[in-house]
Design a protein around this ligand. Structure first.
Ligand code: DC
Length: 224
């Protein structure tokens, strides 16, 4: 079994690359951000303050999260309901980032993530996979791209899904969220010491996929 950790800020292309690599290599793709988004979503519908550690922690015992794979797509079930695209709204991104700074939330989601990697070969994307969740991963990649390249990708992704947004708002929210994620006290979104840094501002999606597959081949011997 192999474990591949891909960390980096939003819009760096982690999820698109990880999804494609998972399909090519036949390993399980785990989108860990979806778990933080699901907690953020629950806090939102309960009308609580996502920055208030006490309020958020009090809700955790009410939350049951399940990851299932349907037609190869990861679905997160919250108390039996498939959340689908409800967790993709920009407002939920901010909720997810806020709750992710709370240590009790990170602790709550830790075992769900590790247990998938114990049972399967995985490519897992997030912010602390190489540093905290899978410190013994076979391959660790920290993906980045310029702010503008990342905001444009996120903008295109959202508008393609029919979400109405302005590019300027996407850019400023993204910068705010990345600053939150990078500067938090617990499991900040920073590269592991042994991560390969990959700035893909000038790479197409196909080129990024090829780059990552080559790295995995070199480090694990697994080929497509
Ligand atoms: O990857 P994403 O944009 O869906 O993640 C949403 C938020 O969740 C992100 O702003 C930070 C948090 N997150 C985290 O703290 N650790 C992870 N492993 C994944 C996401």
């Amino acid at each position: 079994m192999i474990k591949v950790a891909i960390d980096g800020p939003s819009g760096s292309g982690k999820s698109s690359v990880a999804k494609a690599v998972s399909a090519k290599l036949g390993i399980v793709y785990v989108d860990t951000g979806a778990l933080y988004r699901s907690v953020g979503y629950y806090v939102r519908i309960k009308g609580k303050d996502p920055k208030n550690a006490e309020e958020v922690s009090a809700l955790l015992p009410e939350i049951n999260l399940d990851i299932k794979y349907e037609d190869g797509v990861q679905c997160v079930y919250l108390n039996g309901e498939n959340l689908g695209d409800k967790i993709r709204q920009p407002e939920i991104s901010m909720y997810a980032s806020a709750v992710s700074a709370i240590p009790a939330v990170r602790e709550f989601l830790l075992e769900t993530q590790r247990s998938i990697a114990r049972k399967n070969s995985v490519i897992m994307d997030g912010r602390d996979i190489g540093t905290v969740i899978l410190p013994d991963a076979d391959v660790k990649i920290f993906m980045t791209a310029s702010n503008e390249a990342r905001a444009l990708r996120r903008y295109n992704e959202l508008t393609e899904k029919g979400v109405e947004v302005k590019y300027e708002d996407v850019l400023s929210e993204m910068i705010e969220r990345d600053n939150n994620d990078r500067s938090r006290a617990v499991a900040p979104a920073v590269p592991a010491e042994d991560a390969v840094m990959f700035d893909n501002s000038e790479y197409s999606l196909e080129e990024s996929i090829e780059y990552v597959i080559k790295l995995i081949e070199e480090k694990t011997g697994v080929t497509k």
